[in-house]
Design a protein around this ligand. Structure first.
Ligand SMILES: Cc1cc2nc3c(=O)[nH]c(=O)nc-3n(C[C@H](O)[C@H](O)[C@H](O)COP(=O)(O)OP(=O)(O)OC[C@H]3O[C@@H](n4cnc5c(N)ncnc54)[C@H](O)[C@@H]3O)c2cc1C
Length: 479
């Protein structure tokens, strides 16, 4: 059964009916109907990049973003008193030609990330228990610098055996058994346990890194990233103004805020039953109907999120997207933490395997680039409320300060974002049974293309490279 959408009141019945939408263009004023080549849903890293690329290539686009800004996982903090600014979400990109071109196009400066921070001190504490600084015993394999460097080379050698991991999920059949191992077992199998802390620090937000399927750990931390961070390739880059949001603000202006790029906007229904895709959107200036040749979905494709768009999912799409699990990840800025500005604290657990702190929990505390501020990152394999994460973070800060004889302060959380659903995964048995072939086969079906971290990795450089090499040529070819 199909329901007829008479905008906007009947939308409510549409949501609860779980039937496919048929949008009636005659219920929109003619000046509220926009014809575009491509309509993009989601203005984060992947969606904004695609929209800008399409516009630069002469195609007409509409980009719809539910938040008040473009940028997705970019979070840029601004001190209300001084105007000082710093990134605490996405901070690092690789120095590739597409990254350089994108930033040069918007005249946003990049700079190399410094190899080391003089005067920085690394502290280790169990932030779940007593939070007292500990000296790591030599039995913890990643305390030995030579062993760590050897493990980095060993990890790179292992990952180099799987060149198909670059780009999307183009897995061979059968999928190599090592890729399906829990990452902790993989490290043990190849005597790479000294790599565990590097993986813990870089693969944040995946849940328990040692339990993560090796395929996903490899996707998150590819050889290119390892090489850049350990000095075997040109260093990674960051925003020279510590303001990645600046790029996205310029992208919003370039696309045309309110004409082609709609922030604070909510997709009400999507109808793919005809030759063009129809998207009904509530924007701050009223309802719009976008009629496009193609739809590009650039949000995390959990079935529940897609249903929330009023997307008319097929049985096949529902079945595929319904298989995803996801992890949870938060980034946090604390004012007046009381932790000295040169001290970074890594959460450890000397009773856990390889001393890697189990999640849910904090990854640690890191000095922010502005005096008086500390960054914190929190991950979980399962749902936590924002209130729980805030309470645990503040409790851990206070405990750390007290346990280590630092002067007490009144810490405040002044920046806080949940990035859920973060990493979308399926079980090793589903990976082995060809899940990613089925997922990739959806590309281009029903006038619909898909992009974002789930199709590549939580790595903006990799997403943009894949967009240029794979997604955008195919999408443009279909117009
Ligand atoms: C804290 C943190 C730090 C990171 N640091 C780095 C880093 O240093 N370097 C790096 O390369 N990568 C980093 N990443 C990973 C990287 O940012 C992500 O992989 C990338 O943002 C994924 O892009 P995406 O387009 O798939 O998702 P997102 O960037 O999340 O974009 C999705 C967009 O869709 C919007 N949206 C969702 N639902 C709807 C809806 N119903 N309607 C309209 N819009 C909707 C969202 O608001 C969001 O803007 C980090 C991620 C996090 C969370």
């Amino acid at each position: 059964m199909q329901s007829k959408l008479s905008f906007p009141l009947s939308f409510l019945s549409l949501l609860s009916s779980a039937t496919a939408a048929v949008i009636d263009p005659s219920s929109f004023a003619s000046n509220a109907i926009l014809l575009r080549d491509v309509v993009v849903i989601g203005g984060g890293s992947s969606g904004t990049y695609a929209a800008v690329n399409l516009k630069r290539a002469g195609h007409s686009v509409a980009l719809i973003e539910k938040e008040a800004r473009l940028g997705g996982h970019v979070d840029t903090f601004q001190d209300p008193a001084t105007g000082g600014i710093f990134d605490y979400g996405v901070v690092a990109l690789l120095n590739t030609s597409f990254v350089r071109d994108y930033f040069a196009f918007f005249q946003e400066p990049l700079m190399d990330i410094p190899a080391s921070n003089p005067g920085a001190l690394d502290a280790f504490a169990n932030l779940r228990t007593d939070a007292k600084n500990v000296t790591l015993p030599p039995t913890v394999p990643w305390t030995d610098a030579a062993a760590v460097f050897g493990a980095i080379l060993g990890y790179s050698a292992q990952i180099s055996q799987y060149p198909f991991l670059v780009g999307g999920y183009n897995l061979p059949n059968p999928v190599p058994a090592d890729l399906l191992l829990p990452f902790g077992d993989f490290l043990a199998k190849y005597n790479l346990t000294a790599f565990a802390n590097m993986a813990f620090r870089f693969d944040q937000g995946m849940g328990n890194i040692l339990a993560t399927t090796t395929l996903y750990a490899f996707k998150y931390l590819p050889k290119t990233t390892v090489d850049a961070f350990v000095g075997l390739a040109p260093p990674p880059v960051m925003s020279a103004t510590l303001n990645f949001q600046g790029l996205y603000d310029k992208a919003l202006a370039y696309l045309g805020s309110g004409t082609n790029a709609f922030v604070n906007s909510h997709v009400l229904a999507i109808d793919r039953s005809g030759p063009r895709v129809l998207v009904a959107v509530l924007t701050p200036s009223g309802p719009r109907l976008i009629s496009a040749k193609k739809l590009l979905v650039a949000i995390q494709p959990k079935a529940s999120s897609l249903q929330g768009l009023g997307l008319d999912l097929s049985v096949q799409e529902n079945n595929i997207f319904g298989q995803f699990n996801n992890s949870y990840y938060w980034d946090i800025v604390i004012k007046n933490s009381g932790i000295p500005p040169n001290v970074g604290v890594t959460n450890v657990d000397l009773n856990a395997s390889l001393a890697i702190a189990p999640m849910p929990g904090l990854y640690g505390f890191a000095p922010a680039p502005l005096p008086g501020y500390t960054n914190a990152y929190y991950g979980s394999p399962s749902f936590r409320t924002d209130a729980q994460v805030k309470a645990e973070t503040l409790a851990a800060v206070k405990k750390y300060v007290a346990a280590n004889g630092l002067p007490a302060t009144s810490p405040q959380i002044v920046g806080f974002n949940s990035h859920a659903p973060f990493w979308l995964t399926v079980s090793p048995s589903k990976i082995a049974s060809g899940f990613y072939s089925q997922l990739n086969a959806l590309q281009g079906q029903r006038n619909t293309w898909w992009t974002g971290a789930t199709w590549v990795a939580h790595d903006s450089t990799a997403i943009w490279d894949w967009s240029e090499a794979t997604l955008l040529p195919a999408l443009k070819g279909s117009l």
